[in-house]
Design a protein around this ligand. Sequence first.
Ligand code: NI
Length: 219
Amino acid sequence: MIVPNILNSQQLAAVQQGLASAPFRDGRATAGPAAEQVKRNEQARGDDPGVIDLGRKVRLALETHPTFKALVRPARWSRMMFSRYGPGQQYGLHVDNAAMYDDGGWPLRTDLSFTLFLSDPETYEGGALLLRDLAGEREFRPAAGSAVLYPTGQLHKVTPVTHGVRLACVGWVQSMVRRADQRELLFDLERVRQGQDGEEAALLLDKTIGNLLRMWGED
Ligand code: NI
Protein backbone atom coordinates (compact mmCIF):
# COMPACT_ATOMS: atom_id res chain seq x y z
CA MET A 1 0.00 0.00 0.00
CA ILE A 2 0.98 3.64 -0.45
CA VAL A 3 1.82 5.69 2.64
CA PRO A 4 1.70 9.30 1.44
CA ASN A 5 3.68 12.32 2.65
CA ILE A 6 6.52 10.62 4.52
CA LEU A 7 8.78 13.54 3.58
CA ASN A 8 7.60 17.13 3.27
CA SER A 9 8.91 19.33 0.46
CA GLN A 10 11.85 20.71 2.49
CA GLN A 11 12.95 17.24 3.66
CA LEU A 12 12.61 15.94 0.11
CA ALA A 13 14.71 18.78 -1.29
CA ALA A 14 17.40 18.15 1.35
CA VAL A 15 17.62 14.43 0.50
CA GLN A 16 17.63 15.11 -3.27
CA GLN A 17 20.41 17.64 -2.81
CA GLY A 18 22.45 15.25 -0.66
CA LEU A 19 22.11 12.49 -3.25
CA ALA A 20 23.36 14.75 -6.05
CA SER A 21 26.91 14.30 -4.69
CA ALA A 22 26.50 10.81 -3.17
CA PRO A 23 28.75 7.92 -4.23
CA PHE A 24 26.54 5.71 -6.44
CA ARG A 25 27.90 2.30 -7.46
CA ASP A 26 26.75 -0.66 -9.57
CA GLY A 27 23.77 -2.22 -7.75
CA ARG A 28 24.85 -5.76 -8.61
CA ALA A 29 27.39 -5.60 -5.76
CA THR A 30 24.63 -6.04 -3.15
CA ALA A 31 22.44 -8.54 -5.02
CA GLY A 32 22.28 -12.28 -4.35
CA PRO A 33 23.17 -14.66 -7.23
CA ALA A 34 19.60 -14.78 -8.63
CA ALA A 35 18.85 -11.07 -8.28
CA GLU A 36 22.25 -10.17 -9.75
CA GLN A 37 21.11 -11.54 -13.12
CA VAL A 38 18.20 -9.09 -13.33
CA LYS A 39 19.44 -6.04 -11.42
CA ARG A 40 20.55 -3.02 -13.47
CA ASN A 41 20.77 0.13 -11.38
CA GLU A 42 23.11 2.16 -9.19
CA GLN A 43 23.07 2.39 -5.43
CA ALA A 44 24.44 4.47 -2.59
CA ARG A 45 24.59 2.56 0.68
CA GLY A 46 23.33 4.08 3.88
CA ASP A 47 26.61 3.27 5.66
CA ASP A 48 28.73 5.18 3.12
CA PRO A 49 30.14 8.39 4.62
CA GLY A 50 28.13 11.22 3.11
CA VAL A 51 25.04 9.03 2.89
CA ILE A 52 24.73 8.10 6.58
CA ASP A 53 23.01 11.36 7.38
CA LEU A 54 20.50 11.00 4.56
CA GLY A 55 19.62 7.49 5.73
CA ARG A 56 19.06 8.80 9.26
CA LYS A 57 16.76 11.56 7.99
CA VAL A 58 14.65 9.04 6.08
CA ARG A 59 14.47 6.65 9.01
CA LEU A 60 13.42 9.40 11.41
CA ALA A 61 10.68 10.53 9.02
CA LEU A 62 9.38 6.94 8.72
CA GLU A 63 9.63 6.23 12.46
CA THR A 64 7.58 9.27 13.36
CA HIS A 65 4.95 8.93 10.63
CA PRO A 66 1.71 7.84 12.37
CA THR A 67 0.44 5.58 9.56
CA PHE A 68 3.81 3.91 8.97
CA LYS A 69 4.26 3.35 12.72
CA ALA A 70 0.82 1.81 13.15
CA LEU A 71 1.17 -0.42 10.07
CA VAL A 72 4.72 -1.64 10.61
CA ARG A 73 5.46 -1.47 14.38
CA PRO A 74 9.18 -1.44 13.64
CA ALA A 75 11.52 -3.26 16.00
CA ARG A 76 14.69 -3.26 13.88
CA TRP A 77 15.81 -1.56 10.69
CA SER A 78 18.13 -2.56 7.87
CA ARG A 79 20.74 -0.18 6.52
CA MET A 80 19.10 2.27 4.19
CA MET A 81 19.91 2.04 0.50
CA PHE A 82 19.41 4.72 -2.13
CA SER A 83 18.85 3.58 -5.69
CA ARG A 84 19.13 5.43 -8.98
CA TYR A 85 17.75 4.23 -12.32
CA GLY A 86 18.52 6.08 -15.55
CA PRO A 87 17.26 5.34 -19.08
CA GLY A 88 17.47 1.61 -19.89
CA GLN A 89 17.92 0.57 -16.26
CA GLN A 90 15.53 -1.75 -14.42
CA TYR A 91 15.36 -4.46 -11.77
CA GLY A 92 13.69 -7.64 -13.06
CA LEU A 93 11.30 -9.83 -11.08
CA HIS A 94 12.92 -11.06 -7.86
CA VAL A 95 12.35 -11.59 -4.16
CA ASP A 96 14.39 -9.83 -1.44
CA ASN A 97 16.51 -11.71 1.10
CA ALA A 98 14.83 -12.96 4.29
CA ALA A 99 17.69 -11.53 6.35
CA MET A 100 19.41 -8.16 5.99
CA TYR A 101 21.90 -6.29 8.16
CA ASP A 102 21.37 -3.36 10.47
CA ASP A 103 23.73 -0.39 10.94
CA GLY A 104 25.79 -2.42 13.41
CA GLY A 105 26.18 -5.34 11.00
CA TRP A 106 23.75 -7.63 12.88
CA PRO A 107 21.25 -9.68 10.90
CA LEU A 108 17.53 -8.96 11.13
CA ARG A 109 14.47 -10.80 9.83
CA THR A 110 12.85 -8.87 6.98
CA ASP A 111 9.08 -8.70 7.50
CA LEU A 112 8.31 -5.59 5.45
CA SER A 113 9.98 -3.73 2.60
CA PHE A 114 9.52 -0.12 1.68
CA THR A 115 10.38 2.01 -1.33
CA LEU A 116 10.34 5.71 -0.63
CA PHE A 117 9.98 7.55 -3.94
CA LEU A 118 12.28 10.57 -4.23
CA SER A 119 11.68 11.78 -7.81
CA ASP A 120 8.65 13.65 -9.03
CA PRO A 121 6.84 11.13 -11.33
CA GLU A 122 6.51 13.89 -13.96
CA THR A 123 10.31 13.95 -14.36
CA TYR A 124 10.81 10.33 -15.47
CA GLU A 125 9.02 7.66 -17.52
CA GLY A 126 8.72 3.98 -16.61
CA GLY A 127 10.36 3.01 -13.33
CA ALA A 128 7.17 1.71 -11.67
CA LEU A 129 7.44 -0.61 -8.68
CA LEU A 130 5.45 -3.67 -9.74
CA LEU A 131 4.22 -6.06 -7.03
CA ARG A 132 2.94 -9.54 -7.84
CA ASP A 133 0.83 -11.64 -5.49
CA LEU A 134 -1.89 -14.29 -5.91
CA ALA A 135 -4.41 -11.57 -6.86
CA GLY A 136 -2.23 -10.44 -9.78
CA GLU A 137 0.12 -7.55 -10.48
CA ARG A 138 -0.10 -3.93 -9.49
CA GLU A 139 2.15 -1.02 -10.45
CA PHE A 140 3.01 1.93 -8.21
CA ARG A 141 4.42 5.29 -9.24
CA PRO A 142 3.46 7.57 -6.36
CA ALA A 143 4.34 11.19 -5.67
CA ALA A 144 7.84 12.04 -4.45
CA GLY A 145 7.95 11.76 -0.65
CA SER A 146 5.48 8.84 -0.58
CA ALA A 147 6.39 5.25 0.27
CA VAL A 148 5.11 1.91 -1.00
CA LEU A 149 5.04 -0.75 1.70
CA TYR A 150 4.81 -4.49 0.98
CA PRO A 151 5.51 -7.86 2.60
CA THR A 152 9.15 -8.76 1.93
CA GLY A 153 8.20 -12.23 0.70
CA GLN A 154 6.37 -10.77 -2.29
CA LEU A 155 7.76 -10.96 -5.87
CA HIS A 156 8.41 -7.51 -7.31
CA LYS A 157 10.32 -5.59 -9.95
CA VAL A 158 11.18 -2.09 -11.12
CA THR A 159 10.03 -1.62 -14.72
CA PRO A 160 12.54 -0.09 -17.18
CA VAL A 161 13.10 3.64 -16.97
CA THR A 162 12.75 5.05 -20.48
CA HIS A 163 13.36 8.72 -19.77
CA GLY A 164 14.74 10.81 -16.91
CA VAL A 165 16.07 9.57 -13.55
CA ARG A 166 14.22 7.70 -10.84
CA LEU A 167 15.62 8.08 -7.31
CA ALA A 168 14.33 6.10 -4.34
CA CYS A 169 15.29 4.96 -0.87
CA VAL A 170 14.71 1.29 -0.11
CA GLY A 171 14.87 -0.50 3.23
CA TRP A 172 13.62 -3.42 5.30
CA VAL A 173 12.08 -3.67 8.73
CA GLN A 174 11.70 -6.40 11.31
CA SER A 175 8.37 -5.80 13.02
CA MET A 176 7.62 -6.22 16.72
CA VAL A 177 4.66 -8.29 15.50
CA ARG A 178 5.88 -11.06 13.23
CA ARG A 179 2.53 -12.13 11.75
CA ALA A 180 0.94 -9.98 9.05
CA ASP A 181 -2.64 -10.87 10.07
CA GLN A 182 -1.97 -9.79 13.65
CA ARG A 183 -0.37 -6.52 12.50
CA GLU A 184 -3.47 -5.82 10.39
CA LEU A 185 -5.74 -6.46 13.35
CA LEU A 186 -3.81 -3.97 15.48
CA PHE A 187 -3.82 -1.44 12.63
CA ASP A 188 -7.61 -1.70 12.27
CA LEU A 189 -8.10 -1.14 16.02
CA GLU A 190 -5.68 1.79 15.93
CA ARG A 191 -7.78 3.42 13.21
CA VAL A 192 -10.90 3.02 15.34
CA ARG A 193 -9.09 4.55 18.32
CA GLN A 194 -7.94 7.49 16.22
CA GLY A 195 -11.54 8.33 15.46
CA GLN A 196 -12.72 6.96 12.13
CA ASP A 197 -16.29 8.08 11.52
CA GLY A 198 -19.12 5.93 12.91
CA GLU A 199 -19.84 3.77 9.87
CA GLU A 200 -16.19 3.07 9.10
CA ALA A 201 -15.45 2.30 12.76
CA ALA A 202 -18.34 -0.17 12.92
CA LEU A 203 -17.02 -1.96 9.79
CA LEU A 204 -13.50 -2.14 11.19
CA LEU A 205 -14.81 -3.56 14.47
CA ASP A 206 -16.91 -6.15 12.59
CA LYS A 207 -13.83 -7.15 10.64
CA THR A 208 -11.69 -7.38 13.78
CA ILE A 209 -14.24 -9.42 15.75
CA GLY A 210 -14.53 -11.84 12.81
CA ASN A 211 -10.75 -12.13 12.51
CA LEU A 212 -10.33 -12.71 16.26
CA LEU A 213 -13.06 -15.36 16.21
CA ARG A 214 -11.27 -17.16 13.38
CA MET A 215 -8.03 -16.88 15.33
CA TRP A 216 -9.40 -18.12 18.66
CA GLY A 217 -12.55 -20.10 17.77
CA GLU A 218 -12.61 -23.89 17.98
CA ASP A 219 -15.14 -26.26 16.42
NI1 NI B 1 13.79 -5.94 -4.23
